[in-house]
Design a protein around this ligand. Sequence first.
Ligand SMILES: Nc1ncnc2c1ncn2[C@@H]1O[C@H](COP(=O)(O)OP(=O)(O)OP(=O)(O)O)[C@@H](O)[C@H]1O
Length: 260
Amino acid sequence: MSVNMMEVKNIEKSFGVGEKKLQVLSNVSFRVKKGEIVTLFGKSGCGKSTLLNIIGGFEKAEKGSVLHNGEPVIKPTKSCVMLFQQINLLPWRTVLKNVELGLEGEKSPADKQRERVIDALKLVGLETSLDKFPHELSGGMQQRVAIARALAIQPDVILMDEPFAALDSFNRYNLQQELLRIQEKKNTTIVLVTHDIDEAVYLSDRVMVMGSHPGRIQKEIAITQMKPRDRTHGDFQYFRRKILDEFQLSTERIAPEYNI
Ligand SMILES: Nc1ncnc2c1ncn2[C@@H]1O[C@H](COP(=O)(O)OP(=O)(O)OP(=O)(O)O)[C@@H](O)[C@H]1O
């Protein structure tokens, strides 16, 4: 049975006051089931990050609510962690110590915490780099450390705000593949923000295409191609085009067999 992990209900959000008031989100609602990867996809400025911040409890909505496991989200918690594009590792701490940082303040025994940290670093393939410092790692490896830090916390949900945007395409493809492997193993629920269409199609179970001014859910597209997905397969191109069509950016006609 599928369970709703996150429920976003009728979110409204504006910034500024008076004449300078800007409505950023209007009537945004959707649900995320346990183990799903749901992507918020839209043009720059359509409110993706604002929405993700509201889901994570970093920002307050004016109206509406976010429920995590049926409980209202009113502040950030360790059961829903955010992974940013800016990696935010502490340069004076080793890989091991950077990942341990996520567990600081927890009351569980130190040996159990260490076990979780090592497990998370094994999952991202960095178990042989425990004593390295961030400056000794590539950008891709640094983002792996950040992913391990999030995984070690063992959250129900990971929120990702363009986590791979700063990486070159080889590192990006590699990490996307890794993320799927880890996500499948742990059945982690992920809400991802991206404006990279390939990333959206490669990773998502569902893509929430957002319209702008104000930001809203324009269309929900289920990506039904089997994972792991072949980026060159016709099905991949079909879903790519289906998303592009929402922005009138597709020049090719959809193959007749896909017409509904
Ligand atoms: N704290 C803030 N104060 C005032 N306006 C803000 C604030 N945060 C965001 N905005 C405005 O809200 C709108 C949506 O911003 P947001 O960052 O959520 O969009 P986005 O879709 O994530 O954009 P991008 O893809 O470029 O990161 C923008 O017009 C932005 O200028």
